[in-house]
Design a binder for this molecule. Structure first.
Ligand code: ADP
Ligand code: ZN
Length: 439
């Protein structure tokens, strides 16, 4: 119980708005000074705007600060945004490179501790205590998933199983033999483990699992229910990005209605991605974070490109931390096909309705004779057949029509055999855009 109390940080997770504002303001003033003194790249950005550290007196002045974007991180690669000398840094992690060149982030020991404490809060919010066996099936290595959950699990005092991703049958074997109670991995890998358990004829009731902590990629509510059923658990979302430390920037509580942001360490804003204007709570836009405590890689107003909504309200868990909705894709996930904007999540939501289970699909875009081709491979599932939809042609037609009405353009649906689309052990690859290869 000791550890659970320690990482359910009542003081910070449940403070009043006024107290939080005061804390954030105090930390922001210090952080701006730290960046000004130690990160010439950002100081120049401030100077261009005629800003001095003294212009930032509280979080009400936050909007004056310039944004940082992924392009800045690439520009400054690898050391240009360092806030501490390298010999004070103890760790490097890197993005998965889902959308282009990787960026690297640096950590001092304090940064690692803060990060792991954020993850510990997430594990405790999912019901974790020092009595739990926590199976970490996120990839270990440069990717922050493995390291982050591993560190958080240690802090809580769970018995930590550092499995990394892959070797699914061994995952299941250990899960059974060592009585894992909490599973941590990407939602697509959790779905794959669930599928494999079923194939192996193992009933979820015979497992000790009670909770899952899944994140690092977008997933739908339907996918959550499906995973919960297949593994016999309650599934919790966790969000983060390497640039800000890794998973644990935000985490879900038992209410499962969005993720609480660790606001004592990160200030969140939502902006209009086109104009940069700050939008009020409840409005959809791009999520921007300011790290308040990070020493080695202190990012101010970092544009995540994740599209979501912030909401403030009373939560039944008692936490007062602002909540972010599940980000359903990033602005740069958006495909432009024949001039029409298409988000993979729109396609997933249509397929989920059709199949009533989690769809396995892949979007393939190419350019032939100067025209974009748009194919969607969909694994056929028994649940797709109904009274009105009886044949393969019916399925194809229904999906194509449904998608046309949602997207405004027609896709060629190609039904494929069950299990023919590769399963993911990390972040799922839903889109193959061959146009990029032709330049
Ligand atoms: P990369 O940008 O190369 O994927 P990261 O591994 O740092 O590098 O991934 C961070 C990104 O992953 C976030 O910006 C977000 O787009 C996505 N992500 C992380 N957690 C979630 C989540 N719970 N739901 C949706 N997307 C998430
Ligand atoms: Zn809550």
């Amino acid at each position: 119980m000791e550890t659970q109390k320690r990482y359910r940080d009542e003081k910070h997770e449940c403070m009043s708005r006024e107290e939080m504002k005061a804390l954030q303001s105090e930390k922001l003033v210090k952080q701006v000074r730290h960046v000004w003194d130690n990160v010439p790249y950002y100081r120049r950005k401030m100077e261009v705007r005629g800003l001095k550290p003294t212009d930032i007196q509280s979080i009400d002045d936050l909007h004056k600060l310039p944004f940082l974007s992924k392009a800045d991180l690439r520009d400054a690669y690898p050391y240009g945004l360092l806030g501490k000398p390298l010999d004070e840094c103890v760790r490097i992690q890197s993005t998965s490179g889902t959308t282009g060149k990787r960026v690297v982030a640096f950590y001092t020991q304090n940064d690692v501790d803060m990060w792991e404490e954020c993850v510990a809060r997430a594990i405790v919010a999912a019901g974790g205590t020092d009595k739990d066996v926590c199976q970490v099936a996120y990839g270990y290595g440069l990717f922050t998933g493995g390291a982050g959950l591993h560190g958080g699990s240690h802090k809580v005092g769970c018995l930590t199983l550092p499995m990394s991703s892959g070797n699914t049958e061994r995952q299941i074997q250990f899960m059974q033999d060592l009585g894992a109670t909490i599973l941590c991995c990407t939602p697509s890998y959790a779905a794959y483990i669930g599928e494999t358990i079923k194939e192996m004829g193992i009933s979820p009731d015979t497992l000790s699992l009670k909770a899952g902590i899944f994140g690092a990629e977008p997933w739908t509510e339907e996918m959550r229910r499906e995973i919960e059923k297949s593994l016999g658990i309650k599934a919790f979302d966790i969000y983060g990005l390497t640039e800000l430390s890794g998973p644990g920037v935000a985490f879900e509580c038992e209410e499962q209605t969005g993720m609480h942001i660790n606001e004592d360490h990160f200030i969140a804003e939502i902006i209009n991605p086109d104009t940069g204007e700050v939008l009020p709570d409840g409005t959809k836009g791009e999520l921007v974070f300011t790290s308040l405590d990070k020493e080695a890689f202190p990012l101010l107003r970092y544009r995540t490109r994740d599209i979501c909504v912030l909401t403030r309200g009373k939560c039944s868990c008692g936490r007062t931390l602002v909540k972010m909705a599940k980000p359903m894709g990033r602005s740069d996930d958006m495909l432009i096909i024949r001039g029409v904007n298409v988000f993979p999540s729109q396609i997933e939501s249509v397929l989920v309705k059709m199949a009533k289970t989690m769809p396995n699909y892949q979007i393939v875009v190419d350019r032939v004779n100067n025209t974009d081709t748009f194919d969607i491979l969909v694994e056929v599932d028994d649940s797709m057949f109904s009274d009105t939809v009886k044949t393969y042609e019916d399925i194809q037609k229904t999906i194509a029509n449904e998608l046309k009405s949602v997207l405004g353009i027609r896709a060629k649906i190609r039904l494929v055999e069950p299990k023919s689309i590769p399963r993911s052990e990390g972040k799922a690859v839903r889109v193959i855009d061959k146009r990029k290869l032709h330049g």
